[in-house]
Write a protein that binds this ligand. Structure first.
Ligand code: GTS
Length: 174
């Protein structure tokens, strides 16, 4: 039996760096996979510190927080610098990565829109006006146009005379 167990959802998510570290250091581990159905029952969540996964065990030691798990394994396998100074610099780098991960998670899971999206949508709609099939062969772009254009307030604006009543350029094309 490997000494380590990773308890997590069936995704790479916040555990893949731990898995990569263990694999690269020649270690085995057990995966305790938690489906959403299991999680929604609530008892595992209630048992977790902070009510979240991942949970990591090394024998009788139980850890939560993905970066604490990485730091623990970093210390254990000599991957945490050679002195306080290097350790501090590694902490700076890892905290920066956490900031980046949070931004990435916001992009994936939240309703993310930026001013550049309006600019891109405008250009794509102009292209579709001039050549209606031009994005049909690009499923991601087509889905992007459909998704943004269906935002309720934007949809109402795009259907309004304020938008449809104006030519796209000085050549009169509408
Ligand atoms: N700071 C924690 C860490 O780094 O471990 C965050 C853990 C976290 O956000 N866990 C999420 C969770 O348990 C899953 S994931 O975002 O890592 O995929 N969500 C379920 C819940 O009920 O909060």
């Amino acid at each position: 039996m490997p000494p380590y167990t990773i308890t997590y959802f069936p995704v790479r998510g916040r555990c893949e760096a731990t898995r990569m570290l263990l694999a690269d250091q020649g270690q085995d581990w057990k995966e305790d996979v938690v489906t959403m159905d299991m999680w929604m029952k609530g008892d595992l969540k209630a048992s977790c510190l902070y009510g979240q996964l991942p949970k990591f065990t090394d024998g009788d030691l139980t850890l939560y927080q993905s970066n604490a798990i990485l730091r623990y394994l970093g210390r254990k396998y000599g991957l945490y610098g050679k002195d306080d100074r290097e350790q501090a610099l590694l902490d700076v780098a890892n905290d920066g990565l956490e900031d980046l991960r949070r931004k990435y998670l916001g992009l994936i899971y939240q309703n993310y829109i930026s001013f550049a999206d309006y600019n891109l949508l405008d250009l794509l709609l102009v292209h579709q006006t001039l050549a209606p099939q031009c994005v049909d062969d690009f499923p991601l772009l087509s889905a992007y146009v459909a998704r943004l254009s269906s935002r309720p307030k934007l949809k109402a604006f795009l259907a309004s005379p304020q938008h449809t009543g104006l030519p796209i350029n000085g050549n009169g094309k509408q």
